[in-house]
Design a protein around this ligand. Structure first.
Ligand code: ZN
Length: 148
């Protein structure tokens, strides 16, 4: 199997699997909309009692397979990270997505999220891949503000 085919398969699988799908009561959900493609996503980040660790991502949405797979993959790979780990992780992801095909996500660090590397070559689709991440950063911000 070619690498691109394998990556395509991971995206299709996660579009179906939807790890983390389902919003529960409470928390600080962030709703994001991508008008270019019509993708919608609402995501809530849950933190540990000490506020340092991400214990869960909960989300619901609809849209293209890239937008939905990105939310599922984000949940699968980033649950359990500390906030500073997640911030660095999200910065690296954003940098790769904006690189117009120059930076590929490292599989060692990003796991199956590396399947989204090819998206950066298609400028119009970068927002699809980023939607869940923008929602996660926003929800994280709202959650942390509430702790202060
Ligand atoms: Zn899309």
């Amino acid at each position: 199997m070619e690498l691109d085919d394998l990556y395509q398969q991971i995206i299709l699988d996660h579009n179906k699997k939807r790890v983390g799908y389902g919003l529960h009561e409470g928390g600080f959900p962030s709703h994001q909309y991508n008008p270019t493609c019509g993708d919608e996503l609402t995501l809530t980040v849950r933190l540990s009692d000490d506020g340092n660790t991400i214990t869960a991502f909960e989300w619901e949405g609809k849209g293209c397979s890239i937008s939905q797979a990105s939310a599922s993959l984000l949940t699968a790979e980033a649950t359990g990270m500390t906030i500073s780990e997640f911030e660095a992780f999200a910065d690296g992801f954003r940098e790769a997505m904006r690189s117009r095909g120059q930076i590929r996500l490292d599989e060692e660090e990003y796991g199956d999220l590396a399947a989204l590397s090819g998206v950066s070559k298609f400028v119009a689709r970068v927002k699809c891949a980023m939607l869940a991440w923008v929602a996660a950063e926003d929800s994280l911000h709202l959650t942390r503000e509430s702790l202060n």
